[in-house]
Design a protein around this ligand. Structure first.
Ligand SMILES: *[C@@H]1O[C@H](CO)[C@@H](O)[C@H](O)[C@H]1NC(C)=O
Ligand SMILES: *[C@@H]1O[C@H](CO)[C@@H](O)[C@H](O)[C@H]1NC(C)=O
Ligand SMILES: *[C@@H]1O[C@H](CO)[C@@H](O)[C@H](O)[C@H]1NC(C)=O
Length: 383
């Protein structure tokens, strides 16, 4: 009885005594999260480190499936990687070890500079004890995360040309750590073809493409590691021309050197070729050329949408034979479109270039007419 209990206490006492003397790693090794090119620190704090034990930092080479690499022994770096690990710019080494003693505790801080993606992973701190087998050595793992700002694969196509009614899938493959959130949106802030102003995910599906889907689409990759990356894709949609008049009928008085301005907006991609025509006496269409009688111009306007073009036809010195129907015709390889504008007779001058009613802007003809009248009146009085 006595021997049994005594022996038990003796055992507990011995194991306590052994524990107190045995080297061990205390505290967890805090995981380190740093961005690319920064410096990572991993602390391994040990107690009871005697001369018969060595503290080692080892990098587990999970990336290439290679063997673990022994980096340090106590406060000596034993591996520096390629080129001895010296950075060309700073002259500093890739790895460093700094130890600090605080009473019974010694902290071995592994310093990893110029963090790159391949530095991420598990680092093992081990106390190698002489005369003890490897499985019995105290070990702890420190995790190093290297954050990488998002990068969109530059290989993706940046211009797509599509026919009406076709479908297209835009892909935005990106890379980064953590894996970035990807959103698609339109550059002009308009709604996406399938609704909503943003679409989450690397893929953007466009189905039954219409001309209004034309424009720039932007994919943004963000993982909160600055800066986010983005990529612009231009969608071009081929479509046959369509034409619309600015005013479907235009009036002007005849024989008084007044001009009439007919305006037409042509839409199409590729840019349509545009012709003006008029209906002749026999109902036949006659091509109109830019000449003494007509001015044909292409205007620029901020009101125009993508692939819209504004054309004007100025009919100079409107005569009776000019009162007819005019056609605005657009053509491209996808087809043609047209609209018509009627020029009709009015009694008074129409438009912004008319002589004003007050008489200050009277034309030469009107001025001479009124002076003839005045002379007539005067001669009446004189008689
Ligand atoms: C590592 O230890 C050093 C001092 O030894 C301390 O300044 C540093 O904050 C510690 N870092 C971590 C990540 O625990
Ligand atoms: C886009 O379409 C493909 C197949 O057409 C489908 O697998 C995918 O889930 C779609 N993606 C979205 C975001 O709707
Ligand atoms: C992705 O977005 C979600 C929801 O907005 C957010 O909780 C998460 O942190 C984001 N992920 C990254 C890597 O930024």
């Amino acid at each position: 009885m006595f021997t049994c209990w005594n022996f038990f206490f003796l055992l507990v006492g011995i194991s306590n005594f052994v524990d107190a003397q045995r080297p061990d790693i205390v505290d967890e090794i805090l995981p380190e999260v740093k961005q690319k090119n920064q410096i990572g620190y991993l602390n391994c704090t040990v107690v009871n480190k005697g001369s018969e034990s060595v503290v080692q930092w080892t990098k587990s080479e999970t990336v290439n499936g290679g063997n673990p690499i022994l980096l340090s022994e106590d406060d000596k770096i034993v591996y520096q990687g390629n080129d001895q690990g010296i950075n060309e710019d700073s002259g500093l080494k890739k790895y460093d070890i700094q130890s600090r003693t605080n009473g019974r505790r010694i902290t071995y801080m592994l310093v990893i500079r110029y963090l790159a993606e391949e530095d991420a992973g598990d680092y093992l701190c081990t106390i190698k004890i002489q005369g003890v087998e490897w499985p019995e050595w105290p070990k702890k793992i420190g995790k190093l995360t290297v954050q990488i700002a998002p990068q969109i694969q530059p290989s993706i196509n940046s211009i797509y040309e599509q026919n009406i009614g076709t479908s297209l899938q835009l892909n935005c493959e990106s890379h980064g750590n953590p894996y970035p959130n990807i959103t698609w949106k339109r550059e002009d802030g308009q709604e996406l073809p399938l609704g909503g102003f943003q679409s989450r995910g690397a893929q953007l599906n466009l189905t039954d493409i219409q001309r209004n889907d034309r424009g720039n689409y932007i994919c943004v990759a963000d993982n909160n590691v600055k800066p986010p990356d983005n990529f612009k894709v231009e969608l071009i949609v081929f479509f046959a021309p369509s034409c619309r008049p600015v005013q479907s009928s235009v009036g002007q008085a005849q024989n008084r050197r007044f001009n009439a301005k007919l305006e037409c907006i042509v839409a199409g991609y590729p840019q349509p070729s545009m012709v003006w025509m008029k209906e002749g006496e026999n109902g036949k269409r006659i091509d109109i050329q830019d000449d003494d009688k007509y001015d044909i111009t292409k205007q620029f306007s901020s009101q125009l949408q993508n692939d819209e073009f504004w054309y004007t036809l100025l009919v100079k010195n409107v005569q009776a034979k000019d009162y007819t129907k005019y056609f605005c015709v657009g053509n491209n390889r996808y087809g043609s479109g047209e609209t018509n504008i009627v020029l009709f007779e009015t009694m008074e001058c129409q438009g912004s270039n008319c002589p004003s009613a007050g008489g200050s802007g009277t034309s030469g003809l009107e001025a001479s007419l009124s002076s003839i009248l005045l002379l007539g009146l005067l001669s009446l009085f004189l008689i």
